[in-house]
Design a protein around this ligand. Structure first.
Ligand code: FES
Length: 106
């Protein structure tokens, strides 16, 4: 854990198979995905429109589907994997230490 890492909760706040929002000190909202116990982070807003992926996204495996126009992204690397989404999502490294969850801030 680096001094710049931001604690965003405990592991209990991020249940398996679910998406939760976390707000960084600068106001940026990160969508955090729990895929089989591994946490991944991406920008919360869909790159196609203004949909909040943590509020409205549907997580299936490592794919999040945006319900607005059914575009998809791979949450492990932010890649756009389904039209109409073509612009990748910014990704964030999420770390777990001593039961706490941290987002690497850059
Ligand atoms: Fe997400 Fe259009 S806003 S697919």
């Amino acid at each position: 854990i680096a001094p710049t890492d931001v604690q965003v909760g405990t592991v209990a706040d991020f249940p398996e198979g679910e998406i939760r929002p976390a707000t960084l000190p600068d106001g940026t909202v990160v969508a955090i995905y729990n895929v089989d116990g591994t946490l991944y982070g991406t920008a919360d807003l869909c790159s196609h429109g203004e949909a909040s992926l943590s509020e409205e996204g549907i997580l299936t495996g490592t794919t999040v589907e945006c319900p607005w126009h059914f575009g998809t992204f791979d949450v492990t690397d932010g890649r756009a994997t389904g039209m109409p989404c073509t612009v990748p999502l910014k990704t964030y490294t999420v770390k777990i230490a001593n039961g706490n969850v941290y987002v690497e801030s850059r």
